[in-house]
Design a protein around this ligand. Structure first.
Ligand SMILES: *[C@@H]1O[C@H](CO)[C@@H](O)[C@H](O)[C@H]1NC(C)=O
Ligand SMILES: *[C@@H]1O[C@H](CO)[C@@H](O)[C@H](O)[C@H]1NC(C)=O
Length: 216
C-alpha cells in the first residue's frame, strides 16, 4: 500500500510544480497590500471592506508616454494595480511603442505572455534554451505568444506608433530586462563579471552603465 501512495504523492507533487500560479481556495481574496505578514501572494482583505473598485482599473485605456530612451512604455495591470486579482492567476499590460521603439529583451519568470496588436506593426521574437530565435512581424488584430521564462522582445520598425494588449497567466509575472538587470543592479554586478561575460573592456561596461542608469 505504501508504495502506490508514495507514487501518487510524487505525481501530485510533480503536477503541482508544473502549474503556474497556485489555484485559489475561495471565490475572492482581494489583496490587502498594506498587511505586514507576507504569504505566497497577498493576505486577503476583510470581506466587508471589498467592493467593485477592487476589481476595476482604467489605466490601459490611454496610450502611455513613449518619449524615453527605448521609445516604449509598459503599463501593467497586475495585482499591484488591481487588488482583486490576488490568487486568480491572471493579469494584463498595455505596451506602447513610438516609431522605432523597442521593448528590450526581457523575461517573465512566472508567466507565459500572449499579445494582441491594437495598432501598428511589430517585429517580435523569443529565444529558446536551445538558442533558436522564433520571430515574426505581427500587425493590428494579430496575436503572438512568448512562452514562460524565455527571453523575448518587440520592436516597432514602422513609421507610426504601435500598441499591444498583453495577457499573462500570473497575477504578478515579474520582469527581468536583460541589459538593465546586468548593468544597473544595486549593488552593482562586478565589472570583471561583465567584461568577461560580454568579452568587452571596463570602459565599454562603464559606458553601458551610464547610458542605462535610471534618469534622475
Ligand atoms: C469602495 O471602497 C473604497 C474604500 O475602500 C471607497 O473609496 C470606494 O468609494 C468604494 N467604491 C464603491 C463603488 O463603493
Ligand atoms: C514626455 O512627454 C510628456 C508629455 O508630453 C512630458 O510631460 C515628459 O516630461 C516627457 N518626458 C521626457 C523624458 O521627455
Amino acid at each position: 500500500m505504501a508504495a502506490p501512495l508514495t507514487l501518487l504523492f510524487l505525481l501530485v507533487l510533480a503536477y503541482g510544480t508544473n502549474a503556474a500560479d497556485p489555484d485559489m481556495l475561495q471565490d475572492i481574496c482581494v489583496a490587502d497590500t498594506k498587511s505586514a505578514p507576507k504569504v505566497n501572494g497577498f493576505i486577503c482583505k476583510e470581506a466587508s471592506k471589498v467592493n467593485a473598485t477592487d476589481f476595476f482599473f482604467d489605466g490601459l485605456a490611454k496610450p502611455g508616454a513613449t518619449n524615453n530612451t527605448m521609445g516604449s512604455l509598459v503599463t501593467t495591470a497586475n495585482v499591484e494595480k488591481i487588488p482583486g486579482l490576488n490568487t486568480l492567476g491572471v493579469s494584463m499590460a498595455r505596451i506602447d511603442y513610438a516609431p522605432g521603439g523597442l521593448n528590450p529583451p526581457h523575461t517573465h519568470p512566472r508567466a507565459t505572455e500572449i499579445v494582441f496588436v491594437l495598432e501598428g506593426e511589430l517585429e517580435v521574437g523569443f529565444i529558446t534554451t536551445a538558442n533558436a530565435l522564433f520571430s515574426k512581424t505581427i500587425k493590428k488584430g494579430e496575436i503572438f505568444v512568448f512562452p514562460r521564462g524565455l527571453v523575448h522582445f518587440q520592436q516597432n520598425n514602422g513609421k507610426v506608433p504601435a500598441a499591444v494588449i498583453a495577457a499573462f497567466n500570473s497575477q504578478l509575472p515579474g520582469t527581468q530586462s536583460i541589459a538593465v538587470t546586468l548593468f544597473t543592479a544595486s549593488p552593482p554586478v562586478p565589472d570583471n563579471v561583465l567584461t568577461k561575460a560580454f568579452q568587452i573592456g571596463t570602459k565599454e561596461v562603464d559606458k553601458i552603465k551610464e547610458k542605462l542608469a535610471p534618469k534622475k
